[in-house]
Design a protein around this ligand. Structure first.
Ligand code: IPM
Ligand code: MG
Length: 355
């Protein structure tokens, strides 16, 4: 089992170190190799995704990823910005299926900005298509407008597009995932306005016929954004495109009280995957030892489950995390009165002990 460890920028190094510590405590043999990615890679090698890092990721069964980005790189040309590393990995490894669970842990109900009764027991799974849509669609760029409201003016454009096989395969991933849960899929689109998403809706409906045991409904993205805060527990598996999935998954994450708790998995068709916390690099708290390592530790559990075929070890980690929460240990992002505030390393140590 070969794991590429890519900590990245900001709090990435601190949180990935805790997840690696937890992995080493399992009675399993891993080959782990660390490489630079994001802003730190740009500083050292002039590129956020150096060839050696990409090669390592391709050769590995799984990538354990921290986070990338820092305000100091915001003025760089787009191709050199840290975000290009994660986009490049998704594209080059073909990681089209992104799993973003939003689970509200019993002990953290109070940390959500929503009323407890709305989110207690929340367990939804957002499946975001990750290698298509307006994120990667060509052509894109800047030019002089030849038509539109201001012919002759400077303009910028991106292309929203999906091909039939792209929609079919992500739909299948969603239906398969739903079979292992409550057998319900909500497909989110904007079919009332966009050609791309009428096509999406038609294909998801077609594929749905192969899964008569799974209930399928469709929702426009604006309504989905509203329903997510109105009655989030009505959702189970949500499948959507890259752009809408980016937005809705942040919204869903926040329902649970802390984005510091949420793992994610991005898989290709051979189950090779990249595992990362749903949150970013948080440069404002980097190096202070206060970041929550649990999302990364839980991402390592997802890695064991989906790419390394070690379900039992995955469950051991998840149980250990629940235990630590039950003990009342909290990093500042999930702290509430009456609990014990701990730092990044202490939290990792507590998970180790619970293991
Ligand atoms: C995410 C992030 C990325 C995205 C950025 C960092 C490129 O927001 O993983 O959701 O937009 O996909
Ligand atoms: Mg995002």
């Amino acid at each position: 089992m070969k794991i590429a460890v890519l900590p990245g920028d900001g709090i990435g190094t601190e949180i990935v170190a805790e997840a690696v510590k937890v992995l080493h405590a399992l009675d399993l043999k891993f080959e782990m190799e660390t490489a630079l990615v994001g802003g730190t890679a740009y500083d050292a090698h002039g590129h956020p995704l150096p060839d050696a890092t990409l090669k390592l990721a391709k050769e590995s069964d799984a990538v354990l990823f921290g986070a990338v980005g820092d305000w100091k790189y915001d003025t760089l040309e787009r191709q050199f910005r840290p975000e290009q590393a994660i986009l490049g990995l998704r594209k080059n490894l073909g990681l089209f299926a992104n799993f973003r669970p939003a689970i509200c842990y019993e002990q953290l109900v109070a940390a959500s900005s929503l009323k407890p009764e709305l989110i207690a027991g929340l367990d939804i799974l957002i499946i975001r298509e990750l290698t298509g849509d307006i994120y990667f669609g060509q052509p894109r760029g800047r030019r002089t407008a030849v038509d539109g409201h201001f012919p002759g003016a400077e303009e910028a454009f991106d292309t929203m597009r999906y091909s039939r096989p792209e929609v079919e395969r992500i739909a299948r991933v969603a239906f398969e995932a739903a079979r292992k849960r409550s057998k319900r899929v909500t497909s989110v689109d904007k079919a009332n306005v966009l050609e791309t998403f009428q096509f999406w809706k038609d294909i998801v409906t077609e594929v749905g016929k192969e899964y008569p045991d799974v209930e399928l409904d469709h929702m426009y993205v604006d309504n989905a954004a509203m329903q997510l805060v109105k009655a989030p527990k009505k959702f189970d598996v949500v499948v959507t495109g890259n752009m809408f999935g980016d937005i809705l998954s942040d919204e869903a994450a926040m329902l649970t009280g802390s984005i510091g708790m949420l793992p994610s998995a991005s898989l290709n068709s051979s189950n090779q995957g990249l595992y990362e916390p749903s949150h970013g690099s948080a440069p404002d708290i980097a190096g202070k030892g206060v970041a929550n390592p649990l999302a990364t530790i839980l991402s390592a559990a997802m890695m064991l489950r989906y790419s390394l075929n070690q379900e039992e070890a995955a469950q051991r980690i998840e149980t250990a995390v629940k235990k630590v929460l039950a003990q009342g240990l909290r990093t500042p992002d999930i702290y509430s009165a009456g609990t014990t505030k701990v730092g990044t390393v202490e939290m990792g140590d507590a998970v180790l002990k619970a293991l």
